[in-house]
Design a protein around this ligand. Structure first.
Ligand code: R5P
Length: 317
């Protein structure tokens, strides 16, 4: 059912790229609007053609496009949409990028490496995007790569709401690495559970090695909290370490469920009983009964509504 339209609704349009049409539809429903029409075609040589089928002249434009796999195609499409809007005299362009691809390339780990997340931020600004709305950026420093405002929403509250009342009483929240300690603490506080922290070393794009475990998990049910699941390698190695330390049950909460390749099978084989992800990306495998998807459409719609009304986004509950 469509929500009632709100004041100012005629002055903005929302376009959806091809990355996650179901999420874009759900956001539009929450806003009580229909998505603006556009056409995206791929030529046989791999080139992309984007056409806006509605006027954006002097309008506020929102482009919904997570840069999920295939990341480069999705990114290129976002850039083409934005360029089309700017050349068609849009008043303002906001990129709604619920999942920001390349976010993990946010620093130089070795010499002679690029900082690709910074390069992507530069590309996004070069096509005239005025504002970025995203969810659970991999690291806070990515905001610093942009000169334009970035609003990074948190999925902690909606995911905890979805979990509430379904978790075992002997729960410990686990951060699978140092970068996730702040988020895991927020989960622990909301779920009134103790916190354990794993320290890991990344060996390659698909392999990580656990070096330390801080906290007692003996006999406990663990909820491992992460920003994303790609191959599942980080979580599987975390589970091995937790099992060795005596943990008895494993659940996962992650914002971005990329679940590439055989990630679901790896998690299932590792003994995971439940995986909760959100719909920031189009979750590839929904047949696994342990996999639950929480929609962030209400959260994203509320942020867009506030931006249109010139209200605070940071003060969202
Ligand atoms: C790493 O710092 C991230 O927060 C994730 O833990 C990691 O990138 C997930 O990737 P994978 O599932 O391939 O281990």
């Amino acid at each position: 059912m469509m929500e009632e339209r709100f004041e100012g609704a005629d002055e903005f349009v929302v376009f959806a790229g091809t990355a996650n049409p179901a999420l874009a539809d759900a956001v539009a429903r929450e806003l009580g609007i229909t998505l603006a029409q556009s056409r995206v075609e791929r030529f046989p040589d791999g080139e992309l053609s984007v056409r806006l089928l509605e006027s954006v002249r002097r309008k506020e434009v929102y482009l919904i496009q997570p840069t999920a796999p295939p990341v480069n195609d999705r990114l290129m499409e976002l850039l083409a949409f934005a360029d089309g809007c700017r050349r068609s005299a849009a008043a303002r362009v906001t990129a709604v990028v619920p999942y920001f691809g390349y976010a993990r390339a946010d620093r130089r780990n070795r010499r002679r490496e690029p900082i690709t997340a910074s390069m992507v931020a530069g590309l996004i600004q070069s096509v005239g995007i005025d504002h970025v709305l995203t969810v659970d950026l991999h690291s806070p420093q990515i905001e610093g790569f942009f000169q334009v405002p970035v609003d990074s929403l948190s999925a902690v509250a909606p995911v905890c709401d979805a979990l509430a009342g379904t978790l075992p009483p002997d729960l410990t929240v686990v951060s699978p690495d140092a970068g996730r300690v702040k988020t895991a603490s927020e989960f622990a506080e909301r779920l009134r559970a103790p916190l354990a922290i794993i320290m890991k070393r990344r060996e390659s794009g698909t392999r990580t090695e656990v070096t330390h475990l801080v906290g007692d998990v003996r006999g406990r049910a663990c909820l491992i909290v992460d920003d994303m699941i790609s191959t599942g390698g980080t979580l599987v190695s975390s589970i091995h370490a937790l099992r060795e330390a005596g943990a008895r049950e494993f659940q996962i909460a992650a914002t971005h469920g990329l679940l590439v390749g055989d990630a679901c099978a790896r998690l299932r084989d590792a003994g995971v009983t439940r995986v909760v992800v959100t719909d920031t990306v189009d979750v590839p495998e929904r047949q696994w009964s342990a996999l639950h998807v929480v929609s962030l459409a209400p959260l994203l719609a509320e942020a867009i509504r506030r931006m249109i009304r010139r209200e605070s986004v940071s003060e969202m509950g």
